[in-house]
Design a protein around this ligand. Sequence first.
Ligand SMILES: Cc1cc2nc3c(=O)[nH]c(=O)nc-3n(C[C@H](O)[C@H](O)[C@H](O)COP(=O)(O)O)c2cc1C
Length: 410
Amino acid sequence: MAETRVVLKNCGVIDPGDINTHVARDGFKALGKARTARTPDAVVEEVKASGLRGRGGAGFPCGAKWELASKSKGVERFLICNADEGEMGTFKDRYILQHDPFSLIEGIGIAAYAIGAKKAYIYLRAEYRYLLDVIKKASDQATAKGLLGDLVIEIQEGAGAYICGEESALMNSIEGRRGEARFRPPFPPTSGLFGMPTIINNVETLANIPGIILKGAEWFAAMGTEKSKGTKVFSVSGDVKRPGIYELEMGSQLKEVVVDLAGAEDVKMIQVGGATGRILPAAHLNTPLAFETVLGSGAVTVFDKSRDIIDVVYHTMEFLAEESCGMCAPCREGTEVMVEILGRLTKGEGTREDVDALQDLSKVMTLSSLCGLGQGAPIPVMDTLEYFRQDYENRISQSLYIRSLKGTVR
Ligand SMILES: Cc1cc2nc3c(=O)[nH]c(=O)nc-3n(C[C@H](O)[C@H](O)[C@H](O)COP(=O)(O)O)c2cc1C
């Protein structure tokens, strides 16, 4: 099983501290082509035609978003690169930033040209502070060579909150407000940062742009599935022999990443897309990886048969409860209650009613939470209840037995 390295083609090949090594591999040719031979509208059209969808998790069509921003009125327009990468098990953006910051800077240059932004921000995860120098140097080298025109790129450091990867909380954070989700509409392309039309794109999304402009939308659209074009970079961790970063064509099977490349054995379940991602049993290893099936941010965490499913879901929920911004009640209270119930189940004190409550709460949170954190938090619960119901049943039977020994159940 071989990888298809498109976004990662320069990683490990160029020197991330020297722009000339990037230029020697056609670096910044796409930006030059866009600025000299294409109108901003034509660049947007090319990205639309490529079928590129956002790689940050939600998979929104990139070109459609750019078109909306480019047509929205505002004194200024902003571009934000989301390099917060707080999703559990996701470390692919770090790899791109560390090994090929130039493709990202070039993608930012093209995106800013397409939407008419003069200012771009890179919102960098607090824990990635050690990458600040390499990114700044890459941006400074591109500016010094006159490749970015009058575009100013500012790097904004996060402060360690998972919610600040969510686009509306991220904008609040840049504005100096609390990192809390905003009510929508309005959506960022019409009214985003400081009320101006704003595009927020993930690192991997933007790093895909130079290839699309240089080689054309058709080249990109020839890879992948009908609804998910191109490749995807996966961060693989957990019970595998070879954890790491793998890039495959969209539509590749989960088995190819997990077993063939990462060397997993004795798989019990796989969490795809991080804390709010899908959980699949080993029987689903033939699932194609695409937006229409499972994908999210590209985190693939493998759990072997020695793992306790309910324990995994409990710890995932603990993380989400800790990271909920508290802005809306369904998420703030719902995640806490789920932790309480799952905690009871892990301790062997759970009941059938607890499982019913988890199901009811899941529906409420999915329907009424303000952002993807609360809407996605029930997914690990619902998926494990679907695929590993017997594990929950066993826990309840054990707790009934323990309670009967203690004399609380007759
Ligand atoms: C709780 C939460 C955390 C998120 N964290 C990230 C993140 O770290 N990086 C990211 O690119 N997108 C993250 N997203 C998705 C962003 O809100 C947004 O959809 C994305 O940055 C858009 O870029 P894209 O269209 O290129 O994917 C998060 C969403 C939620 C709900």
